[in-house]
Design a binder for this molecule. Sequence first.
Ligand SMILES: Cc1cc2nc3c(=O)[nH]c(=O)nc-3n(C[C@H](O)[C@H](O)[C@H](O)COP(=O)(O)OP(=O)(O)OC[C@H]3O[C@@H](n4cnc5c(N)ncnc54)[C@H](O)[C@@H]3O)c2cc1C
Length: 487
Amino acid sequence: MSHTPYHVIIIGGGISGLSTAFFVMAEAAQQQLTVQCTVVERDARWGGKILTNHLPNLLIEGGPDSFLTSKPWAMKLCRTLGLEDQLIPTNAENNQIFSLCRGVLRELPQGLLAFRPQRVDRLVSGGLLSWRGLLRMGAERFWPTSTSHHSEETLGGFFRRRFGDEAFDYVIEPLVAGIYAGDADELCIEATFPRFKELEHEHGSVIKGMRAAHAQAAMSKKPPGSSPSLFMTLRNGLGELIQTLLKQLTERGVQLMTGHGCQDVQAHLSEKGKFSITLDNDIVLTADAVVLATPTFQTAKMISRLEPEAANLLEHIPYTSTATISMAYPTGAVQEHIRGFGFVVPRKEQRPLLAGTWTSLKWPFRSQKGETLIRCYVGGRGREHILDHDDRYLVESVRQELQTIVGISRSPNYTEVHRWVRGMPQYVIGHRARTEKIKELLSVWPTLHITGAGLHGIGIPDCIREGNRVASSLVQSFLTHSRATPS
Ligand SMILES: Cc1cc2nc3c(=O)[nH]c(=O)nc-3n(C[C@H](O)[C@H](O)[C@H](O)COP(=O)(O)OP(=O)(O)OC[C@H]3O[C@@H](n4cnc5c(N)ncnc54)[C@H](O)[C@@H]3O)c2cc1C
């Protein structure tokens, strides 16, 4: 059956937009459907939050540095793109992580989230918890479950209720809320880590549920040593994922436009089911389908005339701002101070620093021999004001933090600051109801989709999974349409 190619326009050239374009083209080819695809990016650079800077002696990630392997979609995409041999795990040795506890770095036992008892004891011996705190944490197995199955709970509310205040403050909070640079007393457990709540309901206890899952995994598992690293990255940085996507999109005839911000999306005046997309400088494009893969406050502006109620809901999804500060030192000046992959700073410690990563120890190939790369994070929910200062101030604050916490006193040879203003969406209480309502309001436009980190998961794997889902849905609607209107 022949037809004029369906034209899909994707706004936003981050991982969400580019992976959506990739899956649209792949799925259309599989269904022998001719689709023309255009991706529009406002900035001169592709990749959005994914930003890799190659220097002669260093490889610096300005945004994300890796992705979770337990969510398989990023690994799968890398394999599909032919990047399998570029995947690198975190260093298998010296992989400890520390938590700052009353001013002192204390090791977080490995396998902590699997709640293996021999490891959990180390919480006390390592000085992170008192015996009282450990007993309260262990009592989680017998703690009554929540009777309310309907109302949502904050991360703080859930974990304090299950594990007690001490374990929450020093062990759990910096790990779970830290991922969102968020405030655990605002973030919603059902929208951020639903699995923990499910374990409570299914097993009466998170610990029991985790152990059962572990035992089951062990029974069905591949040979010992074959389990992948918790995180993976690409040898030449995550920017390689973006570059490879761009190359393959170009080969498949996708039109890639940078330096064009989208202003407005409207229903086409004369062609039913089509959209008019207005870009900067009054460029107007026509499409059969539109995917908005932009931060939700940007998406809101684009559909404010088409669907004002959905736009209002999108606009009110909160975001927080962070900055990453990468610093390179001569190895000799820092090696006695650093161990493991780095440390997290619990909110309870009330410090400007969120976390520090010893990048050169965590990933091989990130710096040349003799040089050590460190990356620190500042900002986050309620602490965004630090970004009002200039880069010099940020570097100086982080240097002071490193001196106080780990004793590094010398100046770095090189520094690089990346600011992510309104860069991290916050899935607060009500997030799921809000996204459901947005979906319902937009259901009158079957070929208008919104995706991106602001809605269904902030991690790179989540963004890719959603890109795949949106692409399948679009291609299906084209197939249904072409069957209904044979040419
Ligand atoms: C500092 C930091 C560290 C992180 N670390 C990790 C990590 O280690 N692992 C992990 O999995 N995740 C991590 N994340 C989260 C993850 O990087 C992001 O959630 C993800 O990259 C977002 O991708 P996206 O495509 O949805 O959005 P973005 O990357 O924000 O892309 C959206 C794109 O839309 C463009 N745009 C906006 N408005 C318009 C417009 N009007 N017209 C056209 N284009 C427009 C933007 O310029 C941008 O390029 C981190 C995030 C940050 C900020």
